[in-house]
Design a protein around this ligand. Structure first.
Ligand code: DGY
Length: 426
């Protein structure tokens, strides 16, 4: 496919999912605004419509909670096709939202869109308006999700990671009870192949946690300690650290010195703490179970995505070698779980499939560290997947089978972004 045709197709996907002031990830399966989908999709918009890109993130931040949290879903309009909807969350917001958060990639996106903006005046104005809100969100993370001040934040629900059913959570998640959850009807499996989605047993635990946090009034000063699930994810922390780094840099240039200094301090502390998650044997970072006080030996993409933050060059080099090793057991990089592991499932959501947004962030981190051997291969595999299988939510790393939802906003946004920022033979 010609690159201009691919971009035209991607723009069509984005415009079909555009609801004016926000995009839905895909019609049917995800009919509302998702936090990290929006921030990453804004990068695609910015390549052809900067005002629309700013609006996407502005809408997200308009629903920030008073304590600083930016929720994972904003239920702008009623839609019975999704479970769990606003009635299950019961957060009491005027425009309903969920009560948990998602990877804080908005700080990175704002800085990137600002720095390459054609409309500099608009970019300066938007960045000035948004940085204090994003900074408050980052501060919320270290206050509410790192009460002991370790430098690393914990996830309290697998949905916060964005990597909902990763193998990383299996052991910790098995300690989440299911008693008393009651009956419910999933809706995701009516829109997508159940083989590509989390299991019913996982859904029971997802809902148990929602009910637990709801019973605590969504009070973030209580949730961390009360949660039976507290997992530190290197990928998630890397996104937070990178966003703090970018906010520090941009705020400094815009003369917002308090935000700059505080952001730099959070990033530095986080980066130092990331070292505790490194695993030499696997040549990647690993998750950490805060409840048990031990590393989780699960070779997933979370520990590779860690390169998105400014980790030491030796770590970036080791991660690049790790990706080269993964390439020996799959056709398309980067699998979300090691294909040689017994837990690998090529079609099932975050237990194996390739996600273009992750490829983009990993490649960006490697480029920033100037460790570029694998970058062309990773970016090229994104294009090959779309050529073979279209703009799916995720793809099997061995067969390229398209999985999950079709006609997917952030997949399209990544293709637009990648084709504008990288060189490929036509
Ligand atoms: C879902 O509903 O599958 C979402 O990933 C939760 O955020």
């Amino acid at each position: 496919m010609k690159h201009e045709d691919m971009i035209a197709h991607a723009r069509q996907v984005m415009s079909d999912n555009d609801r004016g002031t926000y995009t839905v990830p895909t019609h049917g399966l995800y009919p509302f605004q998702w936090n990290w989908d929006s921030a990453l999709s804004a990068l695609g918009f910015a390549q052809f419509d900067e005002p629309r890109a700013w609006t996407e993130i502005e809408t997200l931040l308009a629903h920030q909670w008073e304590d600083g949290m930016v929720p994972h879903i904003i239920f702008h309009q009623p839609d019975d096709g999704y479970f769990p909807g606003p009635d299950v969350w019961g957060t009491g917001r005027e425009v309903p939202t969920t009560g948990i958060t998602q990877p804080p990639v908005a700080g990175f996106a704002v800085a990137r869109i600002h720095d390459r903006a054609r409309d500099k005046a608009l970019a300066g104005q938007k960045a000035r308006e948004m940085l204090p809100r994003i900074h408050a969100w980052h501060q919320w993370f270290y206050r509410a999700r790192d009460p002991q001040g370790t430098g690393l934040v914990a996830l309290l629900h697998p949905w916060e990671s964005g990597r909902d059913n990763s193998v990383d959570w299996d052991d910790a998640f098995s300690r989440v009870p299911t008693e008393g959850v009651g009956d419910f009807t999933r809706r995701d499996t009516t829109h997508a192949n159940p083989e590509h989605r989390p299991t019913d047993a996982q859904y029971k635990r997802y809902i148990w946690l929602v009910q637990k946090f709801r019973s605590l009034g969504w009070d973030n000063s209580k949730l961390h300690d009360a949660s039976p699930f507290q997992v530190v994810d290197p990928g998630f922390n890397a996104i937070l650290i990178r966003s703090c780094e970018e906010v520090a840099d941009l705020a400094g240039r815009l003369g917002m010195t308090d935000i700059a200094e505080q952001s730099r301090a959070m990033a530095d502390k986080g980066l130092a703490a990331m070292e505790t998650l490194w695993n030499d044997a696997l040549s990647q970072y690993l998750c950490y179970d805060r409840k048990l006080g031990q590393q989780i030996e699960s070779p997933s993409i979370g520990g590779i995505l860690a390169v998105f933050a400014g980790v030491p060059t030796a770590r970036a080099e080791a991660i690049s070698r790790r990706i080269a090793k993964l390439a020996e057991s799959c056709e398309y990089l980067i699998p979300s779980h090691d294909p040689t592991s017994p837990d690998f499932e090529g079609l099932r959501y975050w237990r194996g499939p390739v996600w273009l947004i992750v490829n983009y962030m990993v490649a960006d981190g490697l480029e920033r560290a100037d460790v570029t051997e694998m970058v062309g291969r990773i970016m090229g595999d994104c294009l090959r997947l779309i050529e073979v299988s279209g703009f799916a939510e995720y793809h099997d790393p061995i067969t390229a089978e398209p999985c999950g939802g079709a006609h997917f906003t952030w997949t399209a946004a990544m293709i637009i972004e990648i084709l504008h920022t990288h060189e490929f033979a036509a």
